[in-house]
Design a protein around this ligand. Structure first.
Ligand code: HEC
Length: 181
């Protein structure tokens, strides 16, 4: 499954053996990606009940995701560091607008998650769960503007944000990441 596949990435990949300044940048961004994977894994496991939920841990992991996406992620992929031995496809250079849009999209989601985690309750509550987007108080889905909840990450439950974040990891990897020996 999506989540399982993502979370095994970190273990499956060997570090690229590139020299010089490009090599340093490549290693730094791979380390950064691994930290994101560990953070995402921590949150997934808390929500799945596989790891004890703790609000400070949730907060720290969400902060990691937010700090490493958006402009920070874009800055990690300058020209001259793409292609083998890195796992970054050379095509990133020809598709900058798309790559950067993905980085910013996940950045906005991670920022919203981090903002929620900032005030995280001592235990996971119903408002944090996927279903919390459905009207619980007699409101009607039909009465809402279509896509209104989608448009504003701040209005989404934490668990939903998490799933959208993982989808963005996968979208970018399937498009811009390559296997290297
Ligand atoms: C906008 C594109 C993009 C997004 C979003 C993205 N990644 Fe990546 N990721 C890459 C690219 C490109 C590489 C290959 C980097 C390299 O080898 O130089 C990579 C590599 C990785 C690696 C392997 C690192 C290594 O040791 O070689 C892991 C693990 C990873 N990403 C996890 C994640 C997780 C988890 C998320 C979401 C929270 C995520 N990535 C979001 C583009 C992205």
């Amino acid at each position: 499954m999506l989540v399982a596949a993502l979370l095994t990435l970190a273990a499956a990949l060997a570090p690229a053996a590139a020299g010089g300044a490009a090599g340093t940048l490549i290693e730094a961004r791979q380390a950064s990606m691994k930290e994101m994977a560990a953070a995402a894994k921590a949150i997934v496991e808390m929500f799945d009940g596989k790891r004890a939920y703790d609000a400070p841990g949730f907060k720290a992991a969400a902060k990691t995701l937010s700090a490493r996406t958006g402009p920070a992620l874009i800055a990690e992929f300058p020209a001259g560091t793409l292609g083998a031995p890195s796992g970054a496809k050379p095509e990133i250079d020809q598709a900058r607008p798309e790559f950067e849009a993905l980085a910013r999209h996940i950045g906005r989601l991670a920022e919203a998650l981090a903002a929620k985690a900032e005030n995280a309750p001592p235990a996971i509550n119903r408002d944090m769960r996927m279903g919390a987007m459905l009207p619980m108080d007699g409101g009607s889905l039909l009465g809402k503007r279509p896509g209104a909840a989608q448009a504003d990450p701040a209005g989404m439950p934490a668990e939903h944000l998490l799933h959208l974040i993982l989808q963005d990891c996968s979208s970018c990897h399937s498009k811009f990441r390559q296997k290297v020996e």
